[in-house]
Structure formats: C-alpha cells, structure tokens
Design a protein around this ligand. Structure first.
Ligand code: HMG
Ligand code: MG
Length: 354
C-alpha cells in the first residue's frame, strides 16, 4: 500500500529568520537555502518583499531572488521558491527583479551596474528559467525538473492583529490582495494565502471565531489564491479547537486540497495539532528547520514547528515526504550555531546524537 504523501513547506529562511535581532549576512541566508535545497524539499519560502523599516531582516530579499535565479541551488528536483508580499509595491518589486534577470540573461552584456555580467544559469535539472512571459512560464511548470517562483500574501483573522501586522483593517487587507493576485496571474505566478492568528491572537486572546477564519479563507480562494495556509501564529491552538476549526472550514465548503496548516510551537502543541490535521485529511504542512522563527508582531510567539520533528512524526506514521531527516537535522544544527541560539528541534538533536 502506497504511503500517504505529505508536502512540507519549509519556511525557515523567511519565517525562521525574519525575527532574528542581529543582522544575518546574505551569504548565510543563501547557504541555508542552498543546503535546504539538497534535502528533498519541494517548497521553500526564501524571503519577503516587505519594507526594511517593518522587517529589517528581510531587506536582502531581492538579492536572494536574483541569486536563486542566477545560480540555482543544486537540488534533486525542481523547487518552488516562495516570497511573501505584503502589498502591490512588494509584488511590483518582485516582478521587476524577475524582469531584470530575464533581460540580463537575454543580453548578458547589458549590466546596469557596469559590473561583469553574471553568467547565465547552467543548464541542468535544477536550472531556474523563470520568465515574465506566461506561456514560457507554463512550459517551465510542466517540467518536474524546473524551479518556479511563487508568492504568499497574508491576512489575519482578528482586527487588532491585522492593524499591527499590516497597518489596516481585515477588509482593507483583503482589498489590497486583489491587485497582487491579478498581477501574479498575469505572470503565471502561483499564489498562496495566509490567514494569521486562526487559533489565537496575541491581542484578542484564544477565542478566535472559526467562522471568521473560514470566511477569510474562502475570500482568498475566490480571489484566485491556489492554496491557503491557516496559521496558528501564537501557538495557542489546542486539539479540540483545531478540530473545530477544520470542521468549520469543511462546512464552509473549503477542500482539504486547498488547505495547508502552519503551526508555531510556542506551547508545544504543534505536533498534536498536526495529527488532528492529518486525521482530517490535510496533507500540506509548514515548518521551519531547527524550529527557527516567530512573528515580529506577535510578542512571545516562538518558532514554527521544527521541520525535523514534523518529519519524524510523519515518517513514524508511514507518510512519505521525500525529505531526508538526517540532512535536515544537520542543517538545523548548523543554522542554530550560526545564529548563536539553541537547536529547538528535539528529533533533530536526537538523530544527531545517535
Ligand atoms: P505602511 O507603513 O502602512 O505602508 O505599511 P505605506 O504604504 O504607508 O508605506 C510606508 C513606507 O514603506 C513608504 O516609504 C513606502 O514607499 C514603503 P516612505 O515614504 O516612508 O519612505 N513601502 C515599501 N518599501 C519596500 N517594499 C514594500 C513597500 N511598501 C511600502 N513592499 C505594510 C503597510 C503592509 C507595507 C506593512 O504593514 C508591512 O510591511 N507589514 C508586513 C509585516 C510583516 O512582514 N510581518 C511578518 C510577516 S507575516 C507572518 O509572519 C505571519 C505568517 O508567518 C503566518 C503566521 O504565522 O501567522 C505568514
Ligand atoms: Mg508564521
């Protein structure tokens, strides 16, 4: 009997690093992405096109995108590299980076800076060939060996969190998502939506209305999001409330195939809630190597569930992820050391101690 396939979305380079106080060198971020690409993950959040004054750590994201396009990290298969965009300005900056890369690739001597032209990506299974031409992009997508660029936009389930995180109401944030989705579709870029604070809000408490989460999820899907990741930003979620939320989403007509779950592990409940999600039929889960992370606008919330812990759980249940736990554990240890913080993955530490 074929094992269930579960897709892991590795969010370490974005959610994992965005809250780190001391500036992380671009080379360290690129090295993290390069190492992760070799583990078997197929979906990787690489950065965020946010204003530096809101999230200083993500200021180098256009460089990261450019580097991934120019020198695609070697990988066993194509990877969807995802970037958070908070507004149309962020989306325009992302498209501009894609177009500049394409123009320089078409005419390598046309270097804006006057610096030597960057060599075109080497042909091969992991070459990124993103194009702003939708037809070419579709051709890329049809090949399982090509990388692609995706985006994530985000809304919140409570008014206070929406104001703190995006400086506007929920309704305004959803209105602002529409032109982003339109621009993404013009460029055949796949879109992920997030609904933050779905199981607890740092300002309004644990009692977030699941119907509100369902209606925002439905709005994002109707708008054209290809998938919505429902996020427990604060880690306040419990098994009964996770079950209730998933039942409410189902009653609202939202399909499991359109859903991902994004658990922060502040209270140590992320794996329990993952099992609830699996039993309900969800097959896409977000996680962060070494349990890195936190949201700058959710005080005290710690990292995402560690990818190593999630892999250990999923593999123990007979699920297939295609991701190598030992390689992931080594990266968790390496990046924790680079950041001068303890490794937050229990399975990661245990695997390395064997
Ligand atoms: P705002 O201040 O209202 O925006 O912020 P604005 O339009 O008034 O612009 C302010 C300044 O930023 C202007 O410059 C703009 O030009 C510039 P100034 O005139 O002051 O010199 N600007 C930009 N610069 C670069 N890139 C841009 C951009 N946009 C404007 N894209 C805004 C509104 C939405 C931009 C802000 O609130 C914001 O960036 N919020 C995002 C905060 C964030 O990144 N939070 C963490 C990510 S979400 C998360 O972690 C949750 C998740 O993991 C799921 C979960 O766990 O819940 C996804
Ligand atoms: Mg998060």
């Amino acid at each position: 009997q074929a094992a269930d396939h579960v897709r892991i979305v590795e969010v370490g380079p974005r959610d994992g690093l965005q809250n780190e106080k001391s500036s992380i060198p671009l080379d360290t971020k690129l090295e993290l992405i390069r190492r992760l690409a070799q583990t078997g993950v197929t979906h990787l959040e690489a950065g965020s096109f946010v204003p530096a004054k809101w999230v200083p750590q993500m200021a180098s994201t256009s460089n990261i995108l450019e580097q991934i396009l120019t020198n695609p990290p070697p990988a066993p298969h194509g990877i969807a590299y995802n970037y958070l965009v908070p507004n149309i300005r962020g989306m325009e900056n992302l498209v501009k980076t894609l177009q500049t890369h394409k123009a320089q690739n078409a005419n390598p001597s046309a270097s804006v800076s006057g610096a030597p032209p960057t060599p075109p990506p080497s042909p091969g299974p992991s070459a990124t060939t993103i194009s702003s031409n939708p037809d070419e992009l579709d051709a890329n997508r049809s090949s399982s060996t090509s990388n692609s660029t995706e985006i994530s936009l985000f809304a919140a389930a409570t008014e206070t969190f929406s104001q703190k995180n995006t400086n506007c109401s929920i309704a305004t944030s959803l209105e602002r998502c529409k032109p982003i989705v339109e621009l993404a579709k013009q460029h055949s870029i796949r879109v992920r939506g997030y609904v933050s604070v779905a199981l607890g809000c740092p300002y309004e408490g644990a009692d977030v209305d699941p119907h509100k989460v369902a209606s925002i999820t439905a709005t994002l899907l109707e708008m054209g999001c290809d998938e919505v990741s429902v996020a427990d930003t604060t880690g306040m979620g419990t098994a009964p409330r996770t079950r209730k939320l998933l039942e409410t989403l189902k009653d609202a007509g939202i399909l499991n195939e359109d859903l991902a779950l994004h658990f922060h592990d502040t209270y140590g409940m992320a794996l329990v809630n993952t099992v609830v999600g699996l039993e309900h039929g969800v097959r896409i889960f977000d996680s962060s190597v070494g349990g890195l992370g936190g949201c700058p606008y959710s005080k005290g919330a710690t990292g995402n569930v560690a990818t190593e812990d999630l892999l250990h759980l999923l593999h123990s249940l007979g699920c297939d992820t295609g991701v190598d736990l030992l390689k992931m554990a080594e990266i968790g240890d390496w990046i924790s050391h680079q950041l001068g913080r303890p490794n937050d993955s229990r399975a990661g530490k245990a695997v390395l101690a064997r």
